[in-house]
Design a protein around this ligand. Sequence first.
Ligand code: SF4
Length: 301
Amino acid sequence: MTLDPFEHYFAVLNNEKKPNFIKAELNELLQKTKELLKECCLCMHRCKIDRFSAKGFCNVDLKPRIFGAFLHYGEESILVPSATIFFSGCTMRCVYCQNAPESIFPELGKEYSIKRITDWILEKSLEGCKNVNFVGGEPTPYLYNILQVLALCKKRKIAVPVVWNSNSFYSANIHPILEDIVDLFLLDFRYFNDSCASTLSAVKNYVKAAKANILHADKLAQQCKASLLIRILVLPSHLECCTIPMLKWIAENCKSYAVNLMDQYWPAYKAKEFKGIDRPLSMEEYNKAKAAAEKFGVNLV
Ligand code: SF4
């Protein structure tokens, strides 16, 4: 049985509930995050470097660098218009990334102050955005900056639902922080096979991390403390190793979620160099993935 995955999000949108960050003790969360940054383990690379003086795999320092911010109308219908902030820098290196190189290299983003980002969110909330959508690259390395922005939003009484739009490679260390600030988890599920994840995205143990993060968000959704939307970009030639077993696992393990099965893959960035994903997804492959989702009883949007 699938419980209503968007109950919390709609309650916030309808003003029946406040966004989670409004109730949160943000100074405490900032302090907790500062501790995690001293031996950084925000994501599963667990670089264990002091982010106040060094950079790890993601190359992100503690200045918010952004390569795009706009009212997004291309997200799922329940999200739009979405005030989307694209942070530069990522914890993965997907060879087919559609936003590369800006998404991957922090130095290609422009530095903005916390105040400027907060002003922008206010501007967009007055224009009627349904949420603020933290994405990248990847929002995880910027968690401290995001908390600073939310603290200022709270001080200025800007109350918008928070979307955590992530590649799902963050560590469980940040679960207690995310629980207090995120209203909707928008989580990618990319691979169901660590060898594919390692070859195509330069990450180890992706599957375990993604499962843990999806289960965590699903639990919050069951308790109506947040909502969960899982994005599966169907990769050509990866149906048997990734997409189909992933859909089966979701159907068997998640209870309060929806899946967006995405057909828009095209061979961007360096994908032409990798056999199997050097072409667009075929209609036949997409239909096969969709049929599998229906067979397993996956809740699709
Ligand atoms: S966020 Fe991840 S990649 Fe970046 S320094 Fe921390 S553990 Fe390393």
